[in-house]
Each structure stands twice: as structure tokens, then as C-alpha cells.
Design a protein around this ligand. Structure first.
Ligand SMILES: [Zn+2]
Length: 549
């Protein structure tokens, strides 16, 4: 007796299903099932898709020389206290029977640094990069539907360890090259947004996005130098130097030593950009002062204020000029020698159509996007806190440099589904599709169906309800997003029909068609977009088409 196969996917796909938001569509079609808010179970189709994406990532990471590991999901409190991250409210915390604290890891800088530090001793052991593809946890207060932001998710995280910053930065570049290959293999158009502080002591980071109107992120792209940046990192200049006569807002902050007051001035109609402000002052801002009110910052600064020793820095957004309407300066006494003014910095969020600060020529255009990957040069942020050192040639101990690199694997499935779906349902690229091909046969064509199945290189999807019509089977195959459907019916036999559901990334198949169509008995009907071929040759045609899908 055969096991029942079509348990999770409805045999009839209705229009109501096809109009659902993507996270519900994935549930209705039998990819995943929501267990509770932000928590999903993976069903056979979803798991196959997940495995395909993991396979692409694993192949490219292994090829780059990274070592695969798999760390425990449980992590002890002490490590997180050392790095100051135990207080993070999104950390999933739990206690064992002896009341000892643990968390379910959201990321593994702490554990991997501890792990590697117990093996890495000499400069000869470096550089090294380790990665894993494991479940991660985040105690989201308001998890979003489905795969894009869950409380449990699958992530590929990689960590690299280095002798010095030059080596760490060159590995950062190499991992980005690997990411380009991974996202090219996946086959969905992507952009990488560069964020370079320009200072080796600062943080280098790069994000990978799919452009889509439903995205939560906003990217800006320069129409001249083509640089792409997240709004959080996008410097801009006003279109023309207009006299800004409007009100000026100020945000007070302190430097890291807490001995200098930093006054950030910007047009009141605009939104201050903390990252750009950081760049203006060489990253020397006390992070906490970002969230303090101006009164609180001033109170802290004036506690022990001494005009002889304490400095004041005024940072002016490029849009301001001396005729702008500035607020009163709060301190009456200060020494000219301890006072500095930085002019013409861009410290507000960019607006559509402003000038690119990188090339100073192009206009910046915005696009909504979904972030799917992120790479960071970390410097010594974690290795210093966790005292991860190695011994140099001269026998002195030095703190390692680090980088970390993430790809949201389960998030990628949600993102790919979202950006490729259309009114007929999902539309996977063949690289990730749970099946590359389906065979839809009428119930009178069982022998022919088996003949075609036996000829194919790829195991086809055939888990249809036998009682449904051939049209319903084709519709189901299309809704599931399978790139190619082979239709087997008594009328056309010994020919079969091939319907392409996928999105052509290239049209190389047309050259093959010119060369091979008479030899293979392959006819392409331009009007219907369908292919007809002798069933013995269906596998050849499927393989030719799949290369473009
Ligand atoms: Zn530009």
C-alpha cells in the first residue's frame, strides 16, 4: 500500500488561496504551519526548499575555505554578561532545574569566540573562518507573520578570526565575494548596500537586499555612481545651495570620554541621522547619549563642567548657513580654544532626489527592500571583552580581530516567495524550488505517466489527488511554484506538453531550440508559450529550459 502523499497541500487551489499574503499562502500550500506566534513547523515542501538554499550556501562557504560547525542552542549567562548583552530584552532566557540562567542563542559571537579561543593559540593558527546553519531565537514582542521575522529562525552565521585589521578587512571583502556568488546562484535579483565608515577603527558592513515594495528597509541608489546604501548610512547633499532660513533643531550628545559636548545642528524639518553624525566626529560619540533628552545630556555634561578642560564641538548639517534660525546656545562660558565647529557635514536622512555624497554628481533614488544578508567587520569588539588572544612571534599576546557574516536562511524563503510570487501563486527559481518539474497526467494515463517519470533526471512532483482534473493538477503545480510542468494526456501521446511556470533569467534555450528542435521533435508555440515534444526527449528539453530558470 502506498502512503498518502498529498496531505498538506489542498487538491484544489482556489482564488481565495492565491490572494493570501505570502506568509499565509506558504501555509495554505503546505510549506510551513504556524504553531504559535512567530513559531513555525516545517512541512515536506518547505523543508525541501530550505535544504536547497542550505545546499547553495554550504557549497559556496565550503569552497571559500570556511569550516562548518554546529554550536549548541543553549548558552550560559556568564558569557553574555561579559559582553554586556545579557540585558538585551529580545534574548530568549530560561533557567534549568538548579536555577542556572541560559539563553537560546540569537547569534553566536560569544560562544564561537569562547570556542575558538580554546583552540587558537599561536599566530600560525590564524586566519580562520567557521560557519554554521542552525536555529536561532529572538523573543520578539511583536513577531511579524511567517518567515520574515519569527521568534525561531534558521540562520547561517559565520565568524572569522585574524592577526590584524588588514587581514580582517581583506577577509571581509572575500566573504562579500562569496555572498555575491551565493545570491547569484539563488537567482533572484539582489543589491548589496555598502556602508563604509572610511576609518579602519570604525565598522565596515555590507547588506544584501531584494528590492520589493513590501520591504521594511529603504535603500537609496545613486543614478550616477550606482552606489547603494541603506537610509541609515546614506550621505546626501541638497540639490542646490538654497538659503535655509527655517528653524534649526539641535541634538546634544557627549563624546566617549564624556568630556566634550557635541552639538548636532540640522534643519528642524528633517530627521537626524545618528550614523552620519558618528562619521562626522570619527565615531567618537557615547552611544547612550543618543537616547537621552537634551536636558539629560546637558545635566550630565555640566555636572563637572570646567571651561578650562571641557570641549564643545558644533556639527553643522550642510543645509544650514549663518542666516538659519539657530536655537540659543545653553552654555554661557566657554574658552575659544576648547571650541570647534565642523561645517558642511550631511547628518540628516536623505530625501528623494538629493545629491549623492559619494560622487557628488548623481541623484539618489529610493526603493523599498527586504534585507536577507549582512556582513560585518567587528574589529576587537567581542574578542576584547572575551579576552580572545593569540601569541605573536615575539611571544607577546594580542587580542584577535574578528568579522561576522549572516544570512537569514528561513527569512530568505519568505523573501524569495514574496518577491517572485504572482497571481497564479509561488514562482520559485529552479535553484531553490522543492521540485524542478512536475508531471500532470490524466487518470487514464498512468502507464504514460510512469514512462515519463522514469526518463527524467530529476524526481518530479506527482503528489496530486488522482480524482482531480488535469487542469487542476497544472494549476496546483503552478501555484506551488514548480518551474516546469509536463502534461501527459491520451490525446497528445506520444507527445507531451511542457508548460514553463518559472521566470526566465536568460533565453539561451532559444539557441538550443534552433539547433535541436527537429532532432528532438520539439515544437514551441509562441502564442501559448507551450512546448510540445516527443516524450522520450522530454528530459532533454526540460534540462535545456531549467538552465534559464
Ligand atoms: Zn553617486
Amino acid at each position: 500500500m502506498l502512503f498518502r502523499r498529498f496531505l498538506f497541500t489542498p487538491s484544489k487551489i482556489t482564488n481565495d488561496i492565491l490572494q493570501l499574503p505570502t506568509h499565509e499562502l506558504l501555509q495554505q500550500l503546505g510549506y510551513v504551519k504556524q504553531a504559535s506566534s512567530g513559531v513555525l513547523h516545517w512541512l515536506p515542501l518547505g523543508l525541501k526548499t530550505l535544504r536547497n538554499i542550505e545546499g547553495i550556501i554550504r557549497r559556496r562557504m565550503d569552497e571559500s575555505g570556511a569550516h562548518e560547525v554546529s554550536l549548541s542552542s543553549l548558552s550560559q549567562r556568564s558569557l553574555w554578561e561579559t559582553t554586556g548583552r545579557w540585558s538585551n530584552t529580545e534574548l530568549f532566557k530560561l533557567k534549568d532545574a538548579k536555577k542556572k540562567d541560559y539563553c537560546l542563542v540569537p547569534t553566536c559571537e560569544e560562544e564561537i569566540t569562547w570556542l575558538m579561543n580554546s583552540y587558537l593559540t599561536s599566530y600560525k593558527d590564524l586566519p580562520i573562518i567557521a560557519y554554521q546553519i542552525t536555529r536561532k531565537y529572538r523573543d520578539e514582542l511583536r513577531p511579524r507573520g511567517g518567515l520574515l521575522r519569527g521568534r525561531e529562525f534558521l540562520m547561517k552565521d559565520a565568524y572569522s578570526f585574524h592577526l590584524n585589521s588588514e587581514d580582517a578587512v581583506s577577509t571581509f571583502e572575500r566573504v562579500n565575494a562569496t555572498y555575491d556568488k551565493i545570491f547569484t546562484d539563488i537567482g533572484v535579483p539582489f543589491v548589496s548596500a555598502v556602508a563604509d565608515s572610511g576609518d579602519i577603527g570604525g565598522d565596515l558592513s555590507k547588506e544584501y537586499h531584494f528590492i520589493h515594495e513590501s520591504g521594511e528597509d529603504t535603500l537609496f541608489r545613486c543614478n550616477s555612481c550606482e552606489a547603494v546604501s541603506n537610509i541609515e548610512k546614506c550621505g546626501s547633499y541638497p540639490v542646490e545651495s538654497k538659503e535655509y532660513l527655517g528653524d534649526v533643531s539641535v541634538k546634544y550628545a557627549l563624546n566617549e570620554e564624556n568630556d566634550t559636548l557635541v552639538c548636532l545642528y540640522y534643519p528642524a524639518s528633517r530627521h537626524l541621522n545618528w550614523n552620519l553624525a558618528l562619521e562626522a566626529v570619527d565615531n567618537d560619540l557615547e552611544p547612550q547619549t543618543r537616547y537621552m533628552t537634551n536636558e539629560e545630556v546637558l545635566a550630565k555634561f555640566t555636572e563637572n563642567y570646567d571651561p578650562m578642560f571641557n570641549g564643545i564641538i558644533r556639527v553643522m548639517d550642510v543645509r544650514l548657513n549663518s542666516r538659519s534660525n539657530f536655537p540659543d546656545f545653553p552654555l554661557k562660558s566657554y574658552l575659544k580654544n576648547n571650541f570647534a565647529q565642523l561645517n558642511d557635514y550631511s547628518i540628516v536622512d536623505v530625501e528623494e532626489g538629493e545629491i549623492c555624497a559619494q560622487c557628488e554628481e548623481g541623484e539618489l533614488e529610493s526603493a523599498k527592500s527586504i534585507e536577507v544578508g549582512h556582513t560585518f567587520y567587528l574589529g576587537k569588539k567581542y574578542s576584547k571583552a572575551l579576552n580572545a588572544t593569540f601569541r605573536q612571534q615575539d611571544n607577546s599576546d594580542v587580542v584577535m580581530e574578528m568579522g561576522c557574516y549572516g544570512i537569514g536562511v528561513s527569512r530568505l524563503i519568505g523573501a524569495i516567495a514574496q518577491v517572485t510570487r504572482d497571481p497564479k501563486g509561488l514562482r520559485w527559481p529552479s535553484s531553490v524550488s522543492p521540485y524542478k518539474v512536475s508531471v500532470c497526467a490524466s487518470d487514464k494515463s498512468v502507464d504514460q505517466l510512469n514512462k515519463v517519470k522514469a526518463l527524467l533526471d530529476y524526481k518530479p512532483y506527482t503528489d496530486f489527488d488522482a480524482k482531480t482534473s488535469i487542469g487542476a493538477k497544472i494549476q496546483q503545480s503552478h501555484a506551488l511554484g514548480i518551474p516546469i510542468a509536463i502534461v501527459v494526456g491520451p490525446k497528445s501521446w506520444p507527445n507531451v506538453e511542457i508548460e514553463v511556470r518559472g521566470n526566465f533569467r536568460s533565453k539561451n534555450w532559444e539557441t538550443s531550440y534552433e539547433k535541436l528542435h527537429s532532432q528532438l521533435g520539439w515544437e514551441y508555440n509562441q502564442e501559448s508559450g507551450k512546448h510540445f515534444v516527443l516524450h522520450e526527449n522530454a528530459n532533454d528539453v526540460v534540462n535545456i529550459l531549467l538552465k534559464d530558470l
